[in-house]
Design a protein around this ligand. Structure first.
Ligand code: ZN
Length: 162
């Protein structure tokens, strides 16, 4: 079911991250969302959960565009693969910060691996080489996990793992 029915609720959640955010459904978008401050375009076909998962990432782009100005953001984004990779990793870190639960670190790792794949693909204009994308994403995931303590495991979980 499309997220459009829950647009008001999703929009108010987005505004907790980026106060001006406006969520706009687009029919021809399929696998990705686009942020052009203050508008965030999401595929009409996405579910509310898909949009909710993506909101922190797109809101970080909205903030990046506000900080740099849209002109400089787009210039750097379009013409520097290294900067594009940095903008994307920074946006993904904003998503990681919303993850909770005992499998959080696992999900951060999965997300970092998935981002490394697409950063080195046509979808992000081959921003950086595959090995560079893996290095940057792994470093970001390790730094994030080290700097942000996860929810403590129950003693029973810990015993199961040792
Ligand atoms: Zn992005």
């Amino acid at each position: 079911m499309s997220w459009i029915d829950q647009r008001d609720d999703l929009q108010s959640r987005a505004r907790a991250f980026a106060p001006a955010a406006r969520l706009v459904p687009i029919g021809w978008l399929r696998n990705s969302a686009i942020a052009l401050r203050p508008f965030q375009f999401y595929p009409k076909s996405w579910t509310a959960d898909q949009v909710l998962d993506r909101i922190p990432h797109e809101c970080r782009h909205t903030q990046q565009q506000r900080e740099l100005g849209l002109f400089w953001f787009l210039l750097l984004y379009l013409f520097s693969g290294a900067r594009r990779a940095r903008f994307e990793i920074e946006a993904e870190v904003a998503y990681w910060a919303t993850l909770t639960g005992p499998d959080r670190d696992q999900r951060v790792g999965d997300s970092a691996r998935a981002l490394a794949m697409v950063l080195a693909s046509w979808r992000y204009g081959w921003a950086v080489s595959a090995s560079e994308a893996q290095r940057l994403c792994a470093e970001a995931a390790i730094a994030f996990i080290a700097s942000s303590p996860t929810v403590p495991m129950r003693p029973s979980d810990r015993m199961g793992r040792s």
